[in-house]
Design a protein around this ligand. Sequence first.
Ligand code: IMP
Length: 426
Amino acid sequence: MPNTILVGAQWGDEGKGKVIDVLTAQADVIVRYQGGSNAGHTVIAEGKKYVLHLIPSGILHPGKQCVIGNGVVMDPFDLIKEIDGLREQGFDPLGRLAISDRTHMVMRWHRALDAADEARRSQERKIGTTGRGIGPAYGAKMGRTGLRVGEMLSPRFLERVRSGVEEANVTLAGWGAPALDVQEMLSVYAQAAETLKPYIADTVALVNAADRAGKSILLEGAQGTMLDIDFGTYPFVTSSNPTAGGACTGSGLSPRRVDRVVGVIKCYTTRVGAGPFPTELNDATGEHLRQKGGEFGATTGRPRRCGWFDAVVGRYSAMVNGVDFWAMTKLDVLDEQPVIKICTAYLRDDGVRYETFPADLSVLERCTPVYEEMPGWLTPTSACTRYEELPIKARAYVERLVSLIGGRLGILSVGPARETTMRLGL
Ligand code: IMP
């Protein structure tokens, strides 16, 4: 398989896990390149259920090398929990899982700061984070005070832990939040370092050596384009770059070694957490999509906000990521809709038309979606295993989406099971 970047094209939860599963079968090395345990996907393999937040699901495929890249922020306790869970279910990741020595760690105080920061914000300014410490961990990285995984190998590690807790306790006190116990932190981090030592590696060298040896690399993103710190609906975003550029900075593989980009996009739109969502449906149709699509967060269990497909978002994602192939998911969720709307542009109250996503959220507030309508197919599609078996109106809908956002259709998914994934050139 050519070296491939896989990105989410909307606000996350596009069904990346299933597409990753398909592409992993053809890859040798799978690298997660950003985010942390804010992401989550559930994988069903041989009748068993696995919930993974940090470790690429490639770990469930024998013989695949999995990497937690330098662009990730890794909570050692979450990772240990995942490793233990896999071991209990018969998969030993040792030898097949490498954590970059350059990866920054999400420390206990980052979680505490995440929660305290959300609590002190006014209702309009709340981000609705997953509470996993992501923002403060990336903040520390950019502020050059973060702790990297490689430091767990250093005799000075616990000194750094001590100064980190003490500093965070000052901020927490200022925000009226309880302090963390320094001795307890020293003890739990000493233990975590011992457990994780065998997994720490120079993954930049590992990934590039694999590439030179002709192995194929899958760079796997979490979250989605509209949650990107640069290109998303700032400040209602996550603190990393889920977009294609982040795959290179988050793994150490040169952009010149990437062959193609696969964008995962749902046939409608969802968002979890606060922030603008132009095609949101606060009605029975939105509720139907939520129930039929099982739109509840994999990490937090929160109900996801649901709405029509937004081609402005799709076009923007295609542009920012350079999407070659689309993996379109969850077409079957629309089976019961007599009429399906597609947002093709935004219209500002003074008549200005936006074909691409504006940066300024106050502009977005003045915009309404311009919709076109297509007739629904009112036929179950989940049993279809070939594209040609789909109702003609369903094909027309999919082809209209592709024509609006550009690129080629590579995968179409019509249900949660593996067999419902149609391969169309990917
Ligand atoms: P954080 O990443 O926990 O800081 O949360 C920032 C925003 O990103 C919030 O709106 C979250 O709901 C959203 N978010 C973070 N991770 C995911 C994800 O995996 N899927 C969907 N939304 C996410």
